[in-house]
Design a protein around this ligand. Structure first.
Ligand code: AMP
Ligand code: MG
Length: 420
Protein backbone atom coordinates (compact mmCIF):
# COMPACT_ATOMS: atom_id res chain seq x y z
CA UNK A 1 0.00 0.00 0.00
CA UNK A 2 1.35 3.41 -0.89
CA UNK A 3 0.81 6.58 1.03
CA UNK A 4 -1.54 7.72 -1.72
CA UNK A 5 -3.82 4.70 -1.41
CA UNK A 6 -5.18 5.87 1.88
CA UNK A 7 -6.85 8.93 0.45
CA UNK A 8 -10.16 7.62 -0.81
CA UNK A 9 -10.73 10.18 -3.52
CA UNK A 10 -8.28 12.40 -5.33
CA UNK A 11 -10.53 15.39 -4.72
CA UNK A 12 -12.25 16.51 -1.59
CA UNK A 13 -15.37 14.32 -1.48
CA UNK A 14 -17.63 17.33 -1.68
CA UNK A 15 -18.80 16.02 -5.04
CA UNK A 16 -20.08 12.77 -3.56
CA UNK A 17 -23.82 12.20 -3.72
CA UNK A 18 -25.92 13.96 -1.13
CA UNK A 19 -23.27 16.43 -0.05
CA UNK A 20 -24.40 20.01 -0.59
CA UNK A 21 -26.09 19.09 -3.86
CA UNK A 22 -26.94 22.59 -5.06
CA UNK A 23 -23.37 23.79 -4.89
CA UNK A 24 -20.53 23.06 -7.27
CA UNK A 25 -17.80 20.85 -5.87
CA UNK A 26 -14.37 22.37 -5.47
CA UNK A 27 -12.87 20.40 -8.38
CA UNK A 28 -15.84 21.35 -10.60
CA UNK A 29 -15.46 25.00 -9.67
CA UNK A 30 -11.70 25.01 -10.32
CA UNK A 31 -12.20 23.32 -13.69
CA UNK A 32 -14.98 25.73 -14.69
CA UNK A 33 -12.93 28.76 -13.60
CA UNK A 34 -9.83 27.60 -15.45
CA UNK A 35 -11.90 26.97 -18.56
CA UNK A 36 -12.74 30.70 -18.62
CA UNK A 37 -9.11 31.76 -18.28
CA UNK A 38 -7.44 32.17 -21.65
CA UNK A 39 -3.78 33.19 -21.39
CA UNK A 40 -3.27 36.82 -22.30
CA UNK A 41 -1.82 37.46 -25.72
CA UNK A 42 0.86 40.08 -26.03
CA UNK A 43 4.35 40.09 -24.68
CA UNK A 44 7.19 42.49 -24.11
CA UNK A 45 10.96 42.37 -23.73
CA UNK A 46 12.23 43.37 -20.30
CA UNK A 47 15.75 43.63 -18.89
CA UNK A 48 16.66 40.72 -16.68
CA UNK A 49 16.83 42.96 -13.62
CA UNK A 50 13.13 43.80 -14.06
CA UNK A 51 11.97 40.28 -14.89
CA UNK A 52 11.33 38.83 -11.44
CA UNK A 53 7.75 37.56 -11.11
CA UNK A 54 7.10 37.68 -14.84
CA UNK A 55 6.34 34.63 -17.00
CA UNK A 56 8.53 33.70 -19.96
CA UNK A 57 6.77 34.00 -23.31
CA UNK A 58 9.59 32.23 -25.15
CA UNK A 59 12.11 29.55 -24.33
CA UNK A 60 15.48 30.92 -23.27
CA UNK A 61 18.43 29.35 -25.07
CA UNK A 62 22.13 29.48 -24.28
CA UNK A 63 23.88 32.18 -26.33
CA UNK A 64 27.25 30.36 -26.04
CA UNK A 65 28.65 27.07 -24.84
CA UNK A 66 28.56 26.89 -21.06
CA UNK A 67 31.31 26.92 -19.89
CA UNK A 68 32.56 28.89 -22.87
CA UNK A 69 36.11 27.38 -22.67
CA UNK A 70 37.98 24.68 -20.75
CA UNK A 71 38.86 26.21 -17.39
CA UNK A 72 40.22 25.46 -13.95
CA UNK A 73 37.74 24.19 -11.37
CA UNK A 74 40.10 25.07 -8.50
CA UNK A 75 43.11 27.12 -7.56
CA UNK A 76 46.19 24.97 -8.28
CA UNK A 77 48.60 23.99 -11.02
CA UNK A 78 47.90 23.22 -14.68
CA UNK A 79 50.12 20.52 -16.19
CA UNK A 80 50.31 17.43 -18.38
CA UNK A 81 49.59 14.37 -16.22
CA UNK A 82 52.17 12.32 -18.18
CA UNK A 83 54.96 14.71 -17.09
CA UNK A 84 54.58 13.44 -13.52
CA UNK A 85 55.67 9.88 -14.39
CA UNK A 86 59.17 10.43 -12.94
CA UNK A 87 57.90 12.10 -9.78
CA UNK A 88 60.30 15.04 -10.11
CA UNK A 89 59.19 18.64 -9.37
CA UNK A 90 58.10 20.57 -12.49
CA UNK A 91 59.42 24.01 -13.39
CA UNK A 92 56.84 26.79 -12.97
CA UNK A 93 56.22 28.63 -16.24
CA UNK A 94 53.97 31.52 -15.23
CA UNK A 95 50.41 32.21 -14.12
CA UNK A 96 46.92 31.88 -15.61
CA UNK A 97 44.34 34.15 -13.97
CA UNK A 98 40.59 34.37 -14.61
CA UNK A 99 39.84 36.79 -17.42
CA UNK A 100 43.19 36.34 -19.22
CA UNK A 101 43.38 34.88 -22.73
CA UNK A 102 44.61 31.29 -23.18
CA UNK A 103 48.36 30.78 -22.55
CA UNK A 104 50.62 27.99 -23.87
CA UNK A 105 51.95 25.45 -21.38
CA UNK A 106 55.65 24.83 -22.24
CA UNK A 107 56.61 21.13 -22.50
CA UNK A 108 57.49 19.53 -19.17
CA UNK A 109 56.35 22.56 -17.12
CA UNK A 110 53.46 23.52 -14.81
CA UNK A 111 51.61 26.85 -14.54
CA UNK A 112 50.00 28.40 -11.49
CA UNK A 113 46.28 28.64 -12.26
CA UNK A 114 43.29 30.19 -10.49
CA UNK A 115 39.66 29.09 -10.46
CA UNK A 116 37.84 30.04 -13.67
CA UNK A 117 41.04 30.81 -15.64
CA UNK A 118 41.26 29.50 -19.21
CA UNK A 119 43.19 26.24 -19.23
CA UNK A 120 46.54 26.79 -20.96
CA UNK A 121 46.93 25.00 -24.32
CA UNK A 122 48.61 21.65 -23.78
CA UNK A 123 47.50 21.10 -20.15
CA UNK A 124 45.31 18.09 -19.37
CA UNK A 125 44.93 18.30 -15.59
CA UNK A 126 44.75 20.78 -12.74
CA UNK A 127 46.24 19.72 -9.42
CA UNK A 128 44.56 21.42 -6.47
CA UNK A 129 46.99 23.53 -4.51
CA UNK A 130 46.45 21.45 -1.36
CA UNK A 131 48.01 18.51 -3.25
CA UNK A 132 51.17 20.41 -4.26
CA UNK A 133 54.19 22.03 -2.58
CA UNK A 134 55.47 25.07 -4.45
CA UNK A 135 59.06 26.32 -4.31
CA UNK A 136 60.38 29.57 -5.80
CA UNK A 137 60.70 28.18 -9.34
CA UNK A 138 59.29 24.66 -9.18
CA UNK A 139 56.26 22.80 -7.86
CA UNK A 140 56.27 19.32 -6.35
CA UNK A 141 53.05 17.34 -6.90
CA UNK A 142 52.16 15.27 -3.81
CA UNK A 143 49.08 13.51 -5.22
CA UNK A 144 49.20 12.76 -8.95
CA UNK A 145 45.97 13.75 -10.70
CA UNK A 146 43.86 11.67 -13.03
CA UNK A 147 43.90 13.07 -16.55
CA UNK A 148 41.19 15.73 -16.83
CA UNK A 149 41.10 16.34 -13.08
CA UNK A 150 39.60 19.66 -11.95
CA UNK A 151 38.94 20.86 -15.47
CA UNK A 152 35.52 22.24 -16.37
CA UNK A 153 35.10 21.44 -20.04
CA UNK A 154 33.73 23.74 -22.69
CA UNK A 155 30.02 23.01 -23.27
CA UNK A 156 29.85 20.58 -20.35
CA UNK A 157 26.70 22.26 -18.94
CA UNK A 158 25.04 23.41 -22.17
CA UNK A 159 25.85 23.88 -25.82
CA UNK A 160 25.09 27.13 -27.59
CA UNK A 161 21.46 27.08 -28.76
CA UNK A 162 20.26 24.58 -26.15
CA UNK A 163 17.16 25.50 -24.14
CA UNK A 164 17.88 26.52 -20.56
CA UNK A 165 14.33 27.61 -19.56
CA UNK A 166 10.91 26.85 -21.00
CA UNK A 167 8.22 29.34 -21.99
CA UNK A 168 5.66 29.46 -19.18
CA UNK A 169 8.29 29.51 -16.43
CA UNK A 170 7.64 32.07 -13.70
CA UNK A 171 10.90 33.98 -13.25
CA UNK A 172 12.44 33.93 -9.81
CA UNK A 173 16.01 34.65 -8.72
CA UNK A 174 17.15 31.17 -9.79
CA UNK A 175 15.72 31.63 -13.27
CA UNK A 176 17.37 35.05 -13.44
CA UNK A 177 20.70 33.40 -12.62
CA UNK A 178 20.17 30.84 -15.37
CA UNK A 179 19.31 33.51 -17.94
CA UNK A 180 22.35 35.58 -17.01
CA UNK A 181 24.60 32.51 -17.18
CA UNK A 182 23.20 31.77 -20.63
CA UNK A 183 23.97 35.30 -21.82
CA UNK A 184 20.36 36.54 -21.93
CA UNK A 185 20.43 40.13 -20.64
CA UNK A 186 16.75 40.58 -21.45
CA UNK A 187 13.85 38.20 -21.83
CA UNK A 188 10.50 38.16 -23.60
CA UNK A 189 7.70 37.86 -21.07
CA UNK A 190 3.93 37.72 -21.23
CA UNK A 191 2.05 40.89 -20.57
CA UNK A 192 0.81 40.82 -16.99
CA UNK A 193 -2.89 40.02 -16.69
CA UNK A 194 -4.77 43.22 -15.86
CA UNK A 195 -6.81 42.96 -12.69
CA UNK A 196 -9.63 45.28 -11.62
CA UNK A 197 -10.87 45.22 -8.03
CA UNK A 198 -14.42 46.17 -7.12
CA UNK A 199 -15.21 46.45 -3.43
CA UNK A 200 -18.79 46.45 -2.26
CA UNK A 201 -20.00 47.20 1.24
CA UNK A 202 -21.32 50.59 2.30
CA UNK A 203 -19.79 49.89 5.73
CA UNK A 204 -16.14 49.75 4.67
CA UNK A 205 -13.72 52.67 4.92
CA UNK A 206 -9.98 52.65 4.16
CA UNK A 207 -7.78 51.42 7.01
CA UNK A 208 -6.45 54.27 9.08
CA UNK A 209 -9.45 56.52 8.57
CA UNK A 210 -11.95 57.36 11.31
CA UNK A 211 -14.81 54.89 11.66
CA UNK A 212 -18.24 56.54 11.74
CA UNK A 213 -21.26 54.61 13.07
CA UNK A 214 -21.24 51.00 11.94
CA UNK A 215 -18.21 51.33 9.65
CA UNK A 216 -15.31 48.86 9.54
CA UNK A 217 -11.86 49.08 8.02
CA UNK A 218 -11.45 47.71 4.53
CA UNK A 219 -9.25 44.63 4.71
CA UNK A 220 -9.95 43.26 1.27
CA UNK A 221 -8.62 46.08 -0.89
CA UNK A 222 -5.04 45.86 0.38
CA UNK A 223 -5.21 42.07 0.81
CA UNK A 224 -6.56 41.34 -2.66
CA UNK A 225 -4.22 43.87 -4.24
CA UNK A 226 -1.32 41.98 -2.66
CA UNK A 227 -2.68 38.57 -3.63
CA UNK A 228 -3.29 39.62 -7.24
CA UNK A 229 0.21 41.07 -7.47
CA UNK A 230 1.77 37.98 -5.90
CA UNK A 231 0.02 35.92 -8.57
CA UNK A 232 1.60 38.05 -11.31
CA UNK A 233 -1.29 40.41 -11.98
CA UNK A 234 -1.16 44.14 -12.61
CA UNK A 235 -3.85 45.88 -10.60
CA UNK A 236 -5.14 48.52 -13.01
CA UNK A 237 -8.24 49.70 -11.15
CA UNK A 238 -9.53 49.67 -7.59
CA UNK A 239 -13.02 50.96 -6.97
CA UNK A 240 -15.40 50.98 -4.07
CA UNK A 241 -18.94 50.56 -5.36
CA UNK A 242 -22.08 51.39 -3.38
CA UNK A 243 -24.42 48.49 -2.55
CA UNK A 244 -26.71 49.53 -5.37
CA UNK A 245 -27.65 47.34 -8.38
CA UNK A 246 -27.29 50.02 -11.06
CA UNK A 247 -23.99 51.31 -9.73
CA UNK A 248 -22.65 47.78 -9.52
CA UNK A 249 -23.76 46.90 -13.04
CA UNK A 250 -22.05 49.99 -14.45
CA UNK A 251 -18.88 49.37 -12.44
CA UNK A 252 -18.72 45.74 -13.57
CA UNK A 253 -19.06 46.72 -17.22
CA UNK A 254 -16.37 49.36 -16.92
CA UNK A 255 -14.00 47.06 -15.03
CA UNK A 256 -14.46 44.19 -17.48
CA UNK A 257 -13.66 46.53 -20.36
CA UNK A 258 -10.35 47.45 -18.78
CA UNK A 259 -9.20 44.15 -17.31
CA UNK A 260 -8.58 40.46 -17.97
CA UNK A 261 -9.85 39.58 -14.51
CA UNK A 262 -12.38 41.37 -12.35
CA UNK A 263 -12.27 40.52 -8.67
CA UNK A 264 -15.20 41.65 -6.59
CA UNK A 265 -15.55 41.51 -2.85
CA UNK A 266 -18.83 41.17 -0.96
CA UNK A 267 -22.46 41.30 -1.96
CA UNK A 268 -22.45 37.82 -3.46
CA UNK A 269 -24.67 36.02 -0.92
CA UNK A 270 -28.42 35.90 -1.10
CA UNK A 271 -29.34 38.83 1.16
CA UNK A 272 -31.38 41.83 -0.01
CA UNK A 273 -28.19 43.86 -0.22
CA UNK A 274 -26.33 41.26 -2.25
CA UNK A 275 -26.58 42.57 -5.79
CA UNK A 276 -23.53 41.07 -7.41
CA UNK A 277 -25.02 38.17 -9.32
CA UNK A 278 -28.04 40.03 -10.75
CA UNK A 279 -25.78 42.96 -11.63
CA UNK A 280 -23.38 40.68 -13.47
CA UNK A 281 -26.22 39.21 -15.48
CA UNK A 282 -27.77 42.61 -16.12
CA UNK A 283 -24.44 43.79 -17.49
CA UNK A 284 -24.52 40.94 -20.03
CA UNK A 285 -22.27 38.56 -18.11
CA UNK A 286 -22.54 34.83 -17.74
CA UNK A 287 -22.33 32.95 -14.46
CA UNK A 288 -20.38 29.68 -14.65
CA UNK A 289 -20.24 28.78 -10.96
CA UNK A 290 -22.75 30.09 -8.45
CA UNK A 291 -21.69 28.90 -5.03
CA UNK A 292 -19.22 26.17 -4.10
CA UNK A 293 -19.32 23.44 -1.45
CA UNK A 294 -16.38 25.05 0.31
CA UNK A 295 -15.91 26.32 3.84
CA UNK A 296 -15.29 29.17 4.23
CA UNK A 297 -16.53 30.99 1.15
CA UNK A 298 -19.65 29.13 0.00
CA UNK A 299 -21.16 32.04 -2.02
CA UNK A 300 -18.05 32.43 -4.22
CA UNK A 301 -19.15 32.92 -7.80
CA UNK A 302 -17.26 32.72 -11.08
CA UNK A 303 -18.39 34.17 -14.37
CA UNK A 304 -17.42 36.03 -17.43
CA UNK A 305 -18.15 39.50 -18.77
CA UNK A 306 -16.84 41.09 -21.95
CA UNK A 307 -13.96 38.60 -22.20
CA UNK A 308 -12.88 39.10 -18.59
CA UNK A 309 -13.04 36.41 -15.92
CA UNK A 310 -15.16 37.64 -13.03
CA UNK A 311 -14.33 36.19 -9.64
CA UNK A 312 -16.87 37.30 -7.07
CA UNK A 313 -15.47 36.66 -3.59
CA UNK A 314 -17.40 36.85 -0.33
CA UNK A 315 -16.75 40.01 1.66
CA UNK A 316 -15.56 38.22 4.73
CA UNK A 317 -11.77 38.60 4.54
CA UNK A 318 -10.95 35.01 5.58
CA UNK A 319 -13.46 33.67 3.05
CA UNK A 320 -12.07 35.98 0.39
CA UNK A 321 -8.53 34.82 1.16
CA UNK A 322 -9.36 31.11 1.05
CA UNK A 323 -11.45 31.29 -2.10
CA UNK A 324 -8.72 33.33 -3.76
CA UNK A 325 -6.21 30.59 -2.90
CA UNK A 326 -8.43 27.87 -4.29
CA UNK A 327 -9.90 29.61 -7.36
CA UNK A 328 -8.26 32.99 -7.95
CA UNK A 329 -4.65 31.95 -7.83
CA UNK A 330 -4.87 29.25 -10.52
CA UNK A 331 -6.99 31.53 -12.72
CA UNK A 332 -4.47 34.38 -12.43
CA UNK A 333 -1.60 31.99 -13.17
CA UNK A 334 -3.36 30.62 -16.25
CA UNK A 335 -4.19 34.14 -17.49
CA UNK A 336 -0.56 35.09 -17.07
CA UNK A 337 0.63 32.24 -19.29
CA UNK A 338 2.17 30.29 -16.44
CA UNK A 339 2.78 26.61 -17.15
CA UNK A 340 1.79 25.54 -13.66
CA UNK A 341 -1.66 26.88 -12.83
CA UNK A 342 -2.05 25.09 -9.50
CA UNK A 343 0.46 25.06 -6.69
CA UNK A 344 1.26 21.40 -5.98
CA UNK A 345 -0.70 19.90 -3.10
CA UNK A 346 0.93 17.45 -0.77
CA UNK A 347 -0.08 15.08 1.99
CA UNK A 348 0.07 15.83 5.69
CA UNK A 349 -1.21 14.23 8.87
CA UNK A 350 -3.07 16.20 11.56
CA UNK A 351 -1.24 15.92 14.87
CA UNK A 352 -4.56 15.78 16.72
CA UNK A 353 -8.06 14.65 15.76
CA UNK A 354 -10.05 17.28 13.86
CA UNK A 355 -13.78 17.81 14.13
CA UNK A 356 -15.70 19.05 11.15
CA UNK A 357 -19.35 19.58 10.29
CA UNK A 358 -20.10 17.41 7.25
CA UNK A 359 -21.42 19.12 4.15
CA UNK A 360 -18.81 21.33 2.60
CA UNK A 361 -15.15 20.64 2.16
CA UNK A 362 -13.16 22.82 4.51
CA UNK A 363 -9.88 24.55 3.82
CA UNK A 364 -8.53 25.15 7.29
CA UNK A 365 -5.41 27.14 8.19
CA UNK A 366 -2.70 24.71 9.29
CA UNK A 367 0.79 25.04 10.71
CA UNK A 368 3.51 22.60 9.70
CA UNK A 369 5.13 20.83 12.64
CA UNK A 370 7.83 18.74 10.94
CA UNK A 371 7.87 15.11 9.84
CA UNK A 372 6.56 12.01 11.60
CA UNK A 373 8.37 8.65 11.64
CA UNK A 374 6.87 7.70 8.26
CA UNK A 375 8.30 10.80 6.59
CA UNK A 376 4.96 12.62 6.25
CA UNK A 377 4.56 16.15 7.56
CA UNK A 378 2.41 16.74 10.63
CA UNK A 379 0.17 19.78 10.95
CA UNK A 380 -1.63 21.62 13.72
CA UNK A 381 -5.11 22.59 12.50
CA UNK A 382 -7.26 22.46 15.65
CA UNK A 383 -8.61 25.97 15.43
CA UNK A 384 -11.44 25.49 12.96
CA UNK A 385 -12.04 28.21 10.45
CA UNK A 386 -13.55 31.32 11.96
CA UNK A 387 -14.49 33.46 9.02
CA UNK A 388 -13.94 36.62 11.00
CA UNK A 389 -10.51 35.88 12.42
CA UNK A 390 -7.41 36.65 10.40
CA UNK A 391 -4.75 35.71 12.97
CA UNK A 392 -4.82 31.94 12.28
CA UNK A 393 -3.87 32.67 8.67
CA UNK A 394 -0.78 34.49 9.82
CA UNK A 395 0.31 31.55 11.96
CA UNK A 396 -0.40 29.01 9.21
CA UNK A 397 1.81 27.69 6.43
CA UNK A 398 -1.08 26.66 4.22
CA UNK A 399 -4.57 25.23 4.19
CA UNK A 400 -5.45 21.67 5.04
CA UNK A 401 -8.36 20.19 3.14
CA UNK A 402 -10.99 18.36 5.20
CA UNK A 403 -13.28 16.33 2.92
CA UNK A 404 -16.96 17.30 2.93
CA UNK A 405 -18.24 13.95 4.15
CA UNK A 406 -16.08 13.65 7.27
CA UNK A 407 -17.37 14.45 10.75
CA UNK A 408 -14.04 13.64 12.34
CA UNK A 409 -10.55 13.15 11.08
CA UNK A 410 -8.47 10.99 13.45
CA UNK A 411 -4.97 12.15 14.34
CA UNK A 412 -2.50 10.75 11.84
CA UNK A 413 -4.96 10.38 8.95
CA UNK A 414 -3.79 11.61 5.58
CA UNK A 415 -5.12 14.94 4.33
CA UNK A 416 -4.22 17.17 1.43
CA UNK A 417 -2.37 20.41 2.11
CA UNK A 418 -2.30 23.49 -0.07
CA UNK A 419 0.79 25.55 0.80
CA UNK A 420 0.64 29.38 0.71
P1 AMP B 1 -20.79 40.35 2.41
O1 AMP B 1 -20.11 39.25 1.64
O2 AMP B 1 -20.90 41.60 1.63
O3 AMP B 1 -22.10 39.88 2.96
O4 AMP B 1 -19.85 40.66 3.66
C1 AMP B 1 -19.61 39.66 4.64
C2 AMP B 1 -18.91 40.26 5.84
O5 AMP B 1 -17.63 40.72 5.45
C3 AMP B 1 -19.61 41.45 6.42
O6 AMP B 1 -19.48 41.37 7.84
C4 AMP B 1 -18.86 42.62 5.87
O7 AMP B 1 -18.93 43.76 6.71
C5 AMP B 1 -17.45 42.08 5.80
N1 AMP B 1 -16.69 42.75 4.75
C6 AMP B 1 -17.13 42.97 3.50
N2 AMP B 1 -16.19 43.61 2.77
C7 AMP B 1 -15.13 43.78 3.60
C8 AMP B 1 -13.84 44.38 3.44
N3 AMP B 1 -13.46 44.92 2.29
N4 AMP B 1 -13.01 44.39 4.50
C9 AMP B 1 -13.40 43.83 5.68
N5 AMP B 1 -14.58 43.24 5.87
C10 AMP B 1 -15.46 43.23 4.87
MG1 MG C 1 -21.82 43.35 1.88
Amino acid sequence: MTVLDRIRTPGCDCDSAGVAPALASVPEAVTAALALARPVTGSEVVPLAAARGRVLARDVTARADMPRFDNAGMDGYALRAADLAEGAPLPLAGTCAAGEAAADLPPGAAMRIYTGAVLPRGADAVVMQEHARAGARTVEILTPPAPGANIRRRGEDRHAGQRVLRAGTRIDARAIAICAGAGAGEVRVHRRPRVALLLTGDEIVPAGQALPGGAIWDVNTPMLTGLAQEAGGEVVAVRQVPDDPAALRAALAEAAGAADMVITSGGVSVGDRDHLKPALQAAGGRIAVSGVAIKPGKPVTVGELDGAVVLALPGNPVSAFVTWQVLGRPVAARLGGSGAAQPPRRHVRPAEALRHKPGRCEFRPARLLGYDHTGVERVAAQGGTHSGRLDPLMQADGLVLIPGDRAEVPAGDLLEFLPF
